[in-house]
Design a protein around this ligand. Structure first.
Ligand code: HEM
Length: 450
């Protein structure tokens, strides 16, 4: 190997290391928001609701503060971190742009939480924090679109290569991820506009209930759902040894989701929930999750129960869809909506992250594998049990169908909190004690995931 080749390999390894360090920062921050401002606040909110037998006692800003920390602080930080990691960056753009984006995002989410919960200078902080979050997302999308253009451009552009690139349709998994990115942008714009509005003329620091319901559709079904569908369509065929997604069913599910979100944001709630439920059921068939695998699932380095939890997550998605339709026709006190929302956020999104995270995050961050397979199983089991108790008892308790269900909710909150803390502990142990894959020769550093 000559000197030039050596130095280009060294430069590549250095770039990979920097990207992995940056990803660790995003992931550690996401874990922080998930555990403390997110789940711990959700836990104490649920304790207060259960002891007073109703949502009425709790300030809406506290409920919204919990939702913001989970969706922006946790899921958003993970998505932005993985998004930057997946872009092949060059020179200074490896760290500088992601770092600026990271600082804007983290400052925005943290200051929003403090202002929302304590009311501290909230009229000044709300627009500033929402502006910082919007700027971070715009920077991220700018970097992603620049990278996409570079990737599509052949070294020598000829008529034939141009025609070929025009003919090649975009893979559907990417369409789904792009829809999720559009949902993310719409969500931060919505948040910014409402924060500015509240700061100028609002009586209090919480979004009004009706508007918040529309905003939640955007968060849950416009941003998180298509993102998870896209990554699932990309990775699950290899991870679970199942066929590639059925394109007709996948496009149909995406159409249902888009129509559902558009109707939900426009206030046509029943129609929205029907579209979303149909999409939620269709996606499992599109991904062939009920079919027998054609080979062994890739479970090296993770707990072998991984495929079952992935399938379970998609069952929760369908449950969320059906509960949504029920909520649209029958909800009186927020219990059915709450059950539907947490079937989606905890049952689907959090379970997917707890199952797929240990498979990909250690590799992307420069480690061989997750610290403990047992902790992985334990975190998934406690989360699932907590979610089952929560979703099954929320509607009977809040809606006054079965008062005994109030006693189950604190248990569910404790189990969910335990699951979240175990997941956080496992990742933090991986980062502090795990075997680094950078210690070996270039080319053998094991960053490939599938
Ligand atoms: C893991 C334990 C969790 C607990 C104990 C919890 C608790 C709560 C509680 C008590 C509420 C108030 C409404 C209701 O009673 O349903 C709520 C709302 C909410 N939660 Fe959770 N939650 C948890 C996890 C999550 C996760 C993982 C996410 C998102 C990824 C999430 C997102 C939300 C959202 C968006 C809202 C609605 C906020 C609003 O009304 O604007 N939660 N949660």
């Amino acid at each position: 190997m000559d000197h030039d080749e050596m130095s280009s390999i060294q430069a590549m390894v250095l770039r990979e290391r920097r990207k992995s360090w940056m990803l660790r920062l995003w992931i550690a921050t996401g874990i922080f928001f998930m555990a403390l401002p997110g789940t711990l606040l959700g836990f104490s909110n649920l304790m207060a609701i259960a002891s007073h037998h109703g949502l009425g006692v709790l300030p809406a800003a506290w409920i919204q503060g919990h939702g913001h920390a989970q969706v922006f602080g946790w899921v958003g930080s993970f998505i932005l971190g993985i998004g930057f990691y997946s872009q092949p960056a060059h020179g200074r753009s490896v760290v500088r742009l992601p770092l600026v984006c990271y600082l804007l995002w983290t400052a925005g989410v943290a200051s929003r939480w403090v202002a929302g919960i304590y009311g501290w200078h909230w009229r000044t902080i709300y627009p500033m924090s929402a502006g910082a979050e919007l700027a971070a997302v715009l920077l991220f999308l700018l970097a992603a679109s620049r990278h996409k253009r570079q990737e599509e451009k052949p070294a020598v552009e000829t008529d034939a290569s141009r025609a070929k690139s025009q003919r090649r349709p975009m893979p559907l998994w990417m369409v789904s991820v792009l829809l999720g990115a559009a949902g993310l942008l719409a969500m931060v714009v919505f948040n910014f506009v409402e924060c500015v509005h509240l700061a100028h003329v609002g009586a209090g620091r919480a979004f009004p209930h009706g508007l918040d319901q529309r905003y939640l559709v955007l968060m849950a079904w416009g941003f998180m759902t298509p993102m998870v569908w896209g990554f699932s369509a990309r990775w699950l065929p290899a991870f679970l040894a199942i066929p590639q997604p059925n394109p007709d069913l996948l496009s149909f599910a995406l159409w249902m989701d888009v129509l559902g979100v558009l109707c939900g944001v426009s206030g046509w709630t029943l129609l929205a929930t029907m579209f979303l439920a149909v999409g939620a059921v269709t996606i499992s068939f599109a991904l062939h999750l009920a079919e027998r695998p054609h080979g062994q699932a890739k479970v090296a380095g993770i707990h072998p129960s991984f495929p079952s939890f992935v399938r379970l997550a998609f069952v929760w998605l369908s449950v969320a869809g059906f509960l949504g339709v029920w909520a649209a026709v029958a909800d009186q006190h927020g219990g059915i909506w709450g059950a539907s929302r947490h079937a989606l956020t905890v049952g689907f999104v959090a379970t997917m992250i707890f199952a797929i995270g240990p498979r990909i995050l250690p590799h992307f961050s420069g480690f061989y594998s997750i610290y403990s397979k047992r902790l992985m199983l334990l975190s998934l089991l406690t989360l699932q049990t907590g979610c089952l108790l929560r979703v099954s008892s929320e509607a009977p308790a809040y809606e006054g169908i079965l008062p005994l269900a109030w006693k189950v909710l604190p248990v569910s909150a404790m189990l969910e909190l335990t699951g979240v803390l175990l997941f956080a502990l496992n990742l933090l142990l991986t980062y502090s004690l795990g075997r680094s894959s950078f210690a070996v020769a270039p080319g053998e550093h094991g960053l490939a995931v599938c």
